[in-house]
Design a protein around this ligand. Structure first.
Ligand code: HEC
Length: 141
């Protein structure tokens, strides 16, 4: 093999490995790690609001969103008054397919698109429903 050919093969391999690592990290962050934490917390036995709260804390939601006294992250919109601003089906739609409609209220600025994972591809229907039930408790008084 010529030297430039070898270089081409190696750079191709490195790109493939890098993409693989990113995919693995994403799977790990949003599925494997939370699966383990939820297993330890008995997620299967919990229902409705309690499961929603657990998912909010383990699926990365709290890493991007503020919610009452539970979290104070500012990448996404503050969800503290979400139930006053949105219906249950709107909240569900925002979780399943976040970029279908981009919120304009991230710390007074338009929100970044393409940041929130499409949780419709990560969570099942029961988990989405639990998250919605949990978030429906958060009204602005
Ligand atoms: C990597 C950061 C990130 C993660 C993780 C994340 N979100 Fe988001 N979220 C955003 C951003 C940014 C927006 C605003 C842009 C948009 O609407 O897509 C948003 C929008 C939303 C909205 C719509 C809010 C509104 O005012 O319209 C809801 C509801 C929501 N997220 C819930 C969740 C839940 C529940 C989880 C966990 C299952 C979650 N998010 C995880 C960043 C994130």
């Amino acid at each position: 093999m010529s030297r430039s050919r070898k270089l081409l093969v190696w750079s191709g391999l490195s790109v493939a490995v890098a993409i693989g690592l990113v995919a693995l990290y994403t799977a790990f962050e949003y599925t494997l790690v939370p699966d383990i934490r939820e297993g330890l917390a008995g997620a299967e036995a919990k229902d409705g609001v309690a499961l929603g709260r657990l998912l909010f804390e383990t699926r990365g939601c709290s890493g991007c969103h503020s919610l009452g006294s539970l979290s104070s992250s500012t990448i996404g919109p503050d969800l503290t008054g979400i139930a006053t601003d949105a219906s249950a089906s709107e909240i569900a739609a925002s979780i399943v397919d976040p970029d279908a409609e981009i919120s304009t209220n991230c710390d007074g600025q338009p929100c970044p698109a393409g940041q929130m994972p499409r949780f419709g591809e990560i969570l099942d229907e029961r988990e989405i429903r639990a998250l919605v039930d949990f978030l429906m408790q958060y009204h602005n008084n």
